[in-house]
Design a protein. Structure first.
Length: 346
């Protein structure tokens, strides 16, 4: 157990929820940055909520936004974290073509705002940047730490800026700042418009007779899909090393979208060809065809290894959807008190 304090941006996202669980288990006090919304957006971390009046509470939430640098500086000063995990981003590749300017503001410049806030407050904290395999884009696999970058979307370009500004603050100011270059990682908590979750949800609903058809875009794209709950462990390990460095985190395996669809439907004894239809609106103006990560550095230095691969991931996600359907609730929405109450009182 540790008495360390962590600050997580993007705590309400898929990875933020798994990372919070991991750090709380390790004894950390965890502070999360939550965007103000007109509806409650904390469903992925509701199960971690404890009444803030309880002296044993170690999870605290604060309103904030990566587009607001002075707020980030205030929060750092208030929280005095040992570790900062920057997971916040406009993270949807297709959406980044529709909203390139907002994506750049949040995903690229937001990183500079946070790093600059750390530099200005002079905190001796360690910094994790959520970099992405999208930065490799058109460069053929396998991709590793020294593979040339060739991003194919406004999101990929914004992440590449964030990657380099992180390295720049490490080199220029001696900040302990690392890039985790994570390949696709999924879970039952994945956002519903990413392809794996969209497929798991639809296949389960088709099996239950709630819908007939699933519309998808490019089935030929290949991805290196891992399990999010395992990937947050790699994030933490990166910040426990003596020296800051950058690491690829991946399974080293590649499957097509079609493969993932087939595994998901087959798990329900369905033939996907009877239900999946093409809709061009899900195509991207430029596609990333093939991602396969070489994570041997993470294995050698961090001792990190993946266990779950795409076929098992598909089954695991479908099982979670079946379970949620039988309880008539989303898999990420447990019926417990909400930390939104804490925020509502601010
Ligand atoms: P996610 O589920 O989309 O979560 C993104 C988080 O960022 C959410 O908490 C979101 O808040 C928050 N956010 C968005 N804009 C913000 C802003 N302007 N200010 C503050 N917070 C903001 O993403 P994820 O899958 O957990 O991924 C975590 C990070 O890793 C992201 O940076 C993503 O780009 C990167 N990444 C993901 C993968 C992957 O396969 N999952 C792979 C490589 C890298 P709301 O809940 O309010 O929307
Ligand atoms: N979302 C979506 N919806 N994707 C589809 C669909 C569809 O209906 N049909 C086919 N696809 C294809 C996309 O064209 C892409 O090639 C692949 O499925 C995966 O799409 P997403 O699940 O949206 O993920 P992504 O690979 O674009 O981006 C994710 O992984 C990145 C790491 O490589 C996101 O999590 C990014 O934030 C992350 O950085």
């Amino acid at each position: 157990m540790t008495a360390k304090t962590a600050l997580i941006t993007g705590i309400t996202g898929q990875d933020g929820s798994y990372l919070s669980e991991l750090l709380l288990d390790k004894g950390y006090t965890v502070h999360g940055v939550v965007r103000r919304a007109s509806t409650f957006n904390t469903c992925r971390i509701d199960h971690l909520y404890r009444d803030p009046h309880d002296p044993d509470t170690r999870l605290f939430l604060h309103y904030g936004d990566l587009t607001d640098g002075s707020r980030m500086a205030c929060l750092l000063d208030q929280v005095q974290p040992d570790e900062v995990y920057n997971l916040a981003a406009q993270s949807h590749v297709r959406v980044s073509f529709d909203e390139p300017e907002f994506t750049g503001d949040t995903t690229a410049l937001g990183t500079t705002r946070l790093l600059e806030a750390i530099r200005m407050t002079g905190l001796p904290c360690r910094y994790y940047q959520a970099s992405s395999s999208e930065m490799f884009g058109a460069t053929p696999p396998p991709q590793h730490e020294s593979t040339p970058f060739h991003p194919r979307s406004p999101y990929g370009v914004a992440k590449l800026y964030a990657y380099w500004i992180t390295r720049n603050y490490r080199e220029a100011y001696g900040l302990y700042a690392v890039n985790g270059i994570l390949f696709n990682h999924e879970s039952p908590r994945r956002g519903p418009t990413f392809v794996t979750r969209k497929v798991a949800t639809a296949a389960t609903r088709i099996k239950a007779g709630l819908q007939d058809v699933l519309y998808l875009g490019n089935l030929d794209a290949r991805r290196d899909w891992g399990y999010a709950a395992e990937y947050v462990e790699a994030m933490w390990l990166m910040l426990q090393q003596e020296d800051p460095d950058d690491y690829v985190v991946a399974t080293g395996t590649s499957y097509s979208v079609r493969d993932f669809v087939e595994y998901s439907f087959a798990h329900l004894d369905l033939d996907w060809r009877d239900h999946v239809r093409f809709d061009k609106r899900y195509l991207r103006p430029a596609e990333v065809d093939d991602l396969v990560g070489d994570a041997s550095k993470a294995e050698q230095v961090l001792g990190w290894r993946p266990r779950v691969r795409a076929p098992e991931l598909a089954r695991l996600m479908v099982d979670a959807e079946l379970n949620a359907l039988s309880r008539n609730t989303g898999p990420t929405v447990p019926a417990v008190p909400s930390p939104a109450h804490t925020l509502a009182s601010h």
